[in-house]
Write a protein that binds this ligand. Structure first.
Ligand code: DGP
Length: 116
């Protein structure tokens, strides 16, 4: 499936729902999280709808997963060359609340480990 009509992140990608966009390519969008957990907290989403990372990987062209992580990495480095964190929650147990794959990129403060 390329697009899910009921998916909020598909609507954000198409512009139907407004977001604070940081970067856009033909295949991906970076926009600011509504509920930021760090001075920089953006979400990197693919255009192609997949509920989570596992589903995306299972149906991806070889370059798609790498392209998405490369965009997240460039975004994190640009925000904070001294360090940033990429988080992908998959499933309810991990705290996933929006079921369109998204990579959280967090930067601009010291991160802690283990994560909650
Ligand atoms: P997760 O728990 O990994 O599924 O994270 C979902 C994130 O998406 C959460 O940090 C809040 C953010 N979010 C949810 N709805 C919207 C929205 O409509 N706009 C924006 N910018 N962010 C949203």
């Amino acid at each position: 499936m390329t697009r899910d009509e009921n998916c909020i992140f598909c609507k954000i990608f198409s512009g139907e729902v407004k977001s604070d966009e940081v970067t856009r390519t033909d295949d991906a969008l970076v926009f600011r999280d509504l509920n930021p957990q760090a001075p920089t907290h953006v979400l990197v989403i693919p255009k192609r709808h997949a509920a989570n990372l596992g589903d995306f990987v299972a149906s991806a062209e070889p370059h798609e997963v790498g392209d998405l992580f490369a965009l997240a990495s460039r975004t994190g480095r640009a925000a904070s060359p001294d360090g940033y964190r990429i988080v992908v929650n998959e499933g309810h147990e991990a705290g996933q609340t929006v079921f369109h794959l998204h990579l959280h990129v967090l930067a601009g403060r010291r991160m802690h480990w283990p994560p909650g």
